[in-house]
Design a protein. Structure first.
Length: 196
Protein backbone atom coordinates (compact mmCIF):
# COMPACT_ATOMS: atom_id res chain seq x y z
CA UNK A 1 0.00 0.00 0.00
CA UNK A 2 2.82 2.41 0.84
CA UNK A 3 4.41 1.72 -2.54
CA UNK A 4 1.08 2.18 -4.33
CA UNK A 5 0.42 5.52 -2.64
CA UNK A 6 3.93 6.75 -3.47
CA UNK A 7 3.46 5.70 -7.10
CA UNK A 8 0.14 7.54 -7.35
CA UNK A 9 1.63 10.66 -5.77
CA UNK A 10 4.48 10.55 -8.31
CA UNK A 11 2.17 10.65 -11.34
CA UNK A 12 2.83 13.19 -14.10
CA UNK A 13 -0.95 13.75 -14.08
CA UNK A 14 -2.09 13.90 -10.48
CA UNK A 15 -5.53 12.67 -9.45
CA UNK A 16 -7.72 15.23 -7.70
CA UNK A 17 -8.21 13.06 -4.62
CA UNK A 18 -7.12 9.71 -3.18
CA UNK A 19 -9.66 7.45 -1.47
CA UNK A 20 -8.35 4.41 0.42
CA UNK A 21 -10.59 1.62 1.67
CA UNK A 22 -8.93 -0.25 4.55
CA UNK A 23 -10.68 -3.61 4.67
CA UNK A 24 -10.21 -4.23 8.41
CA UNK A 25 -6.47 -4.85 8.02
CA UNK A 26 -4.63 -6.18 11.08
CA UNK A 27 -1.08 -5.55 9.83
CA UNK A 28 -0.54 -1.93 10.91
CA UNK A 29 -2.34 -0.39 7.92
CA UNK A 30 -4.73 1.66 10.07
CA UNK A 31 -1.82 3.10 12.03
CA UNK A 32 0.09 3.92 8.84
CA UNK A 33 -2.94 5.67 7.34
CA UNK A 34 -3.31 7.97 10.37
CA UNK A 35 -0.66 10.24 8.85
CA UNK A 36 -3.19 11.19 6.16
CA UNK A 37 -5.99 12.10 8.60
CA UNK A 38 -5.42 15.85 8.35
CA UNK A 39 -4.58 15.85 4.64
CA UNK A 40 -7.64 16.96 2.59
CA UNK A 41 -6.17 15.25 -0.49
CA UNK A 42 -6.87 11.86 1.18
CA UNK A 43 -9.93 10.10 2.49
CA UNK A 44 -9.24 6.91 4.43
CA UNK A 45 -12.18 4.66 5.22
CA UNK A 46 -11.67 1.95 7.84
CA UNK A 47 -14.15 -0.91 7.50
CA UNK A 48 -15.17 -2.81 10.64
CA UNK A 49 -14.82 -6.17 8.87
CA UNK A 50 -13.13 -7.54 5.76
CA UNK A 51 -15.59 -7.09 2.91
CA UNK A 52 -13.28 -8.68 0.34
CA UNK A 53 -11.98 -6.93 -2.72
CA UNK A 54 -15.51 -6.74 -4.15
CA UNK A 55 -16.84 -4.99 -1.05
CA UNK A 56 -13.87 -2.63 -1.05
CA UNK A 57 -14.38 -1.68 -4.71
CA UNK A 58 -18.14 -1.38 -4.19
CA UNK A 59 -17.65 1.04 -1.30
CA UNK A 60 -14.78 2.92 -2.95
CA UNK A 61 -16.59 3.48 -6.24
CA UNK A 62 -19.80 4.39 -4.40
CA UNK A 63 -18.04 6.93 -2.18
CA UNK A 64 -16.10 8.44 -5.10
CA UNK A 65 -19.25 8.69 -7.19
CA UNK A 66 -21.27 10.23 -4.35
CA UNK A 67 -18.50 12.77 -3.73
CA UNK A 68 -18.95 14.07 -7.28
CA UNK A 69 -15.94 12.51 -9.03
CA UNK A 70 -16.31 12.57 -12.81
CA UNK A 71 -13.77 9.75 -13.39
CA UNK A 72 -12.73 7.10 -10.85
CA UNK A 73 -9.33 5.37 -11.12
CA UNK A 74 -9.30 2.02 -9.29
CA UNK A 75 -6.43 -0.25 -8.29
CA UNK A 76 -5.38 -2.89 -5.79
CA UNK A 77 -3.03 -2.14 -2.89
CA UNK A 78 -0.28 -4.14 -4.60
CA UNK A 79 -0.40 -2.11 -7.81
CA UNK A 80 2.44 0.08 -9.04
CA UNK A 81 1.44 2.49 -11.80
CA UNK A 82 4.27 3.77 -14.00
CA UNK A 83 4.91 7.47 -13.52
CA UNK A 84 2.80 8.42 -16.57
CA UNK A 85 0.11 5.72 -16.24
CA UNK A 86 -2.75 8.11 -15.47
CA UNK A 87 -1.62 10.70 -18.02
CA UNK A 88 -1.57 8.06 -20.77
CA UNK A 89 -4.86 6.55 -19.59
CA UNK A 90 -6.60 9.92 -19.82
CA UNK A 91 -4.96 11.07 -23.08
CA UNK A 92 -7.43 9.34 -25.46
CA UNK A 93 -10.29 11.26 -23.83
CA UNK A 94 -8.74 14.50 -25.11
CA UNK A 95 -7.94 13.08 -28.54
CA UNK A 96 -9.39 10.02 -30.30
CA UNK A 97 -12.30 9.58 -27.88
CA UNK A 98 -13.03 13.25 -27.32
CA UNK A 99 -16.57 13.17 -28.68
CA UNK A 100 -17.48 9.67 -27.50
CA UNK A 101 -19.33 8.63 -24.38
CA UNK A 102 -16.79 6.20 -22.93
CA UNK A 103 -17.67 3.94 -19.99
CA UNK A 104 -14.18 2.88 -18.90
CA UNK A 105 -10.53 2.73 -19.95
CA UNK A 106 -8.11 0.00 -18.88
CA UNK A 107 -4.32 0.03 -18.52
CA UNK A 108 -1.94 -2.74 -19.53
CA UNK A 109 -1.15 -4.76 -16.40
CA UNK A 110 2.25 -6.44 -16.04
CA UNK A 111 3.85 -8.63 -13.38
CA UNK A 112 6.92 -7.25 -11.57
CA UNK A 113 9.12 -9.07 -14.14
CA UNK A 114 7.42 -7.06 -16.94
CA UNK A 115 5.61 -10.09 -18.35
CA UNK A 116 1.90 -9.88 -19.16
CA UNK A 117 -0.26 -10.39 -16.07
CA UNK A 118 -2.71 -12.88 -17.54
CA UNK A 119 -5.19 -12.80 -14.68
CA UNK A 120 -5.66 -9.07 -15.36
CA UNK A 121 -5.84 -9.30 -19.15
CA UNK A 122 -9.01 -7.58 -20.39
CA UNK A 123 -11.52 -9.30 -22.65
CA UNK A 124 -11.96 -7.69 -26.06
CA UNK A 125 -15.35 -6.72 -27.40
CA UNK A 126 -16.55 -8.66 -30.44
CA UNK A 127 -16.40 -5.33 -32.32
CA UNK A 128 -12.77 -4.67 -31.26
CA UNK A 129 -11.55 -3.93 -34.81
CA UNK A 130 -13.67 -0.79 -34.78
CA UNK A 131 -11.86 1.80 -36.92
CA UNK A 132 -11.04 4.28 -34.17
CA UNK A 133 -9.42 1.53 -32.12
CA UNK A 134 -7.13 0.51 -34.94
CA UNK A 135 -6.23 4.11 -35.77
CA UNK A 136 -5.38 5.20 -32.25
CA UNK A 137 -3.78 2.01 -30.90
CA UNK A 138 -6.83 1.43 -28.74
CA UNK A 139 -8.70 -1.86 -28.51
CA UNK A 140 -12.38 -1.95 -27.72
CA UNK A 141 -13.12 -4.00 -24.59
CA UNK A 142 -15.97 -5.98 -23.09
CA UNK A 143 -14.56 -6.46 -19.58
CA UNK A 144 -11.47 -5.55 -17.57
CA UNK A 145 -9.80 -5.81 -14.18
CA UNK A 146 -10.01 -3.27 -11.35
CA UNK A 147 -6.19 -3.11 -11.48
CA UNK A 148 -5.99 0.32 -13.14
CA UNK A 149 -9.47 0.89 -14.44
CA UNK A 150 -10.65 4.45 -15.17
CA UNK A 151 -14.43 4.50 -14.80
CA UNK A 152 -16.69 7.28 -16.01
CA UNK A 153 -19.19 8.49 -13.40
CA UNK A 154 -21.79 8.43 -16.19
CA UNK A 155 -21.29 4.66 -16.41
CA UNK A 156 -21.82 4.31 -12.65
CA UNK A 157 -25.02 6.35 -12.90
CA UNK A 158 -26.29 3.95 -15.58
CA UNK A 159 -25.34 0.55 -14.13
CA UNK A 160 -24.78 1.07 -10.40
CA UNK A 161 -21.90 -0.31 -8.34
CA UNK A 162 -19.87 -3.53 -8.27
CA UNK A 163 -21.62 -6.44 -6.56
CA UNK A 164 -20.06 -6.71 -3.10
CA UNK A 165 -21.36 -10.25 -2.57
CA UNK A 166 -18.80 -11.61 -5.03
CA UNK A 167 -16.29 -10.96 -2.19
CA UNK A 168 -13.12 -11.44 -4.26
CA UNK A 169 -13.76 -13.03 -7.68
CA UNK A 170 -15.50 -11.81 -10.84
CA UNK A 171 -16.68 -8.49 -9.39
CA UNK A 172 -14.66 -6.45 -11.90
CA UNK A 173 -15.59 -8.63 -14.90
CA UNK A 174 -19.30 -8.48 -14.06
CA UNK A 175 -19.26 -4.72 -13.36
CA UNK A 176 -17.38 -3.83 -16.56
CA UNK A 177 -19.58 -6.17 -18.62
CA UNK A 178 -22.63 -4.27 -17.37
CA UNK A 179 -20.99 -1.03 -18.50
CA UNK A 180 -20.13 -2.56 -21.89
CA UNK A 181 -23.77 -3.38 -22.50
CA UNK A 182 -24.39 0.38 -22.69
CA UNK A 183 -21.14 2.21 -23.49
CA UNK A 184 -17.92 1.78 -25.50
CA UNK A 185 -14.75 0.98 -23.52
CA UNK A 186 -11.08 0.74 -24.46
CA UNK A 187 -7.73 -0.83 -23.60
CA UNK A 188 -4.92 1.77 -23.49
CA UNK A 189 -1.70 -0.28 -23.85
CA UNK A 190 0.60 2.72 -23.29
CA UNK A 191 -0.68 3.09 -19.73
CA UNK A 192 1.39 0.57 -17.75
CA UNK A 193 0.68 -0.67 -14.23
CA UNK A 194 2.54 -3.50 -12.49
CA UNK A 195 0.57 -5.89 -10.29
CA UNK A 196 3.04 -7.01 -7.66
Amino acid sequence: LKNTIESVLSQTRQPNHILIINNASTDGTAEYLRKFNENPFFTCVHEAKNLGGAGGFHNGIRRAYESGADWIWTMDDDSEPSVDALEKLIAPLDNALKNQNVGFLSSQVLWKDNQICHMNTPIVDRDWPELIGVQENLVRLWSASFVSLLVNAEAVSRVGYPVSEFFIWYDDSEFTSRISSQLANYFVPGSIVKHL
